[in-house]
Design a binder for this molecule. Structure first.
Ligand SMILES: [Zn+2]
Length: 333
């Protein structure tokens, strides 16, 4: 989980409340805490105390850290504690209206949209601060061709940089906004075909080791506003993530099935030091059983309360048959 709840997970009390209510669920819920207090971008939270209370990492996801001084301090602190920070990279000072890639924003919506430079310039700054501090930084949901190159460059220098991509960014381009409207609005936005190709190449080369959903449920009423620029950004992503990987990576011949699964299970588990993501006798019984070859028409019936998916109506590969958590069947189809 990201920490952008209300209130944000910035102190021990809130963290404990979230973890306590998570114990009522049949699935494992783990959460990061915020890097700065209530996303204020200035004052670091108490990393040590939050880790001890069960936080698994730190992120101000959704609110990029504008202050390079704060980024440096957060990296120094996380390094001291043998953990890492994760960053949503879109510099507000270089950006227009979020959720619309700059090209389609200009040509179709006649607005100044979300620029590529806002993303890759901020990534460039932060990977170089990681290089200098020797801290580990994780770049969340990158979406631009240049971003992949910047991460590759920093990794080549020996910086401790890991990166992830969300399924929507290797599956679709900005054109989806024209047919799916606000359900295709997200931060960072869907980009160009050249960017989609570049993140796939990043997955193949190993520059990007993790596929993460950036799951962002929103109520239909929030999305169905007359002025699309006022609709919140984000899409419900958990329940289409496997099918998008099977369709746009495996069936498309980009990754093998095992390579896809490694990036969705083993690698993220390793990143966070979770006892998960592998199958072994007496190992963790957290298992998804699926038919990789079955066709699936995505409809609006999600197990999640939200259905803000731009993939409704599309036929994808893969049917989940069982989801098993801690040895118990929690979903059956
Ligand atoms: Zn984000």
């Amino acid at each position: 989980m990201m920490a952008n709840t209300s209130p944000t997970i910035s102190d021990i009390e809130t963290l404990q409340e979230v973890l306590q209510s998570a114990t009522k669920e049949k699935i494992n819920v783990k959460t990061v805490a915020t890097i700065t207090k209530n996303f204020n971008g200035q004052d670091l939270t108490d990393f040590k105390a939050l880790l001890e209370a069960g936080a698994v990492g730190f992120s101000d996801d959704g609110i990029p850290l504008e202050s390079s001084k704060v980024v440096k301090e957060a990296m120094e602190e996380s390094k001291k504690l043998n953990t890492f920070i994760s960053l949503h990279e879109e510099d507000p000072g270089l950006n227009g209206i979020l959720g619309f890639n700059e090209n389609i924003a200009k040509e179709h919506f006649h607005i100044c949209g979300a620029t590529g430079v806002a993303e890759y310039a901020m990534i460039a700054r932060d990977v170089m601060i990681a290089y200098a501090t020797k801290a580990h930084v994780h770049i969340q949901h990158l979406s631009k061709e240049e971003s992949v190159k910047v991460v590759e460059f920093a990794q080549g220098l020996g910086a401790q940089v890991t990166a992830e991509v969300a399924p929507q960014h290797f599956s679709k381009t900005e054109a989806l906004l024209l047919t799916q409207g606000s359900n295709a609005k997200m931060n960072p936005p869907l980009r160009l075909e050249s960017d989609r190709r570049a993140v796939i190449e990043g997955l193949k080369s190993g520059v990007i080791t993790v596929i993460a959903t950036d799951h962002a449920p929103h109520h239909a009423d929030e999305k169905n506003v007359e002025d699309i620029t006022k609709a919140p950004s984000g899409m419900t992503g958990l329940e289409t993530s496997l099918s998008l990987g099977l369709t746009y990576l495996v069936e498309a011949g980009e990754l093998s099935l095992m390579e896809l699964l490694e990036k969705m299970t083993l690698n993220p588990a390793k990143l966070y030091n979770f006892e998960a993501g592998y199958l072994a006798e007496n190992g963790p019984a957290d298992i998804t059983i699926f038919d990789a070859n079955a066709d699936r028409l995505v409809d609006s019936h999600f197990t999640s309360k939200a259905a803000n998916s731009p993939f409704i109506g599309e036929t994808l590969k893969g049917q989940v048959k069982y989801t098993i958590c801690k040895g118990q069947i929690v979903y059956q189809n």
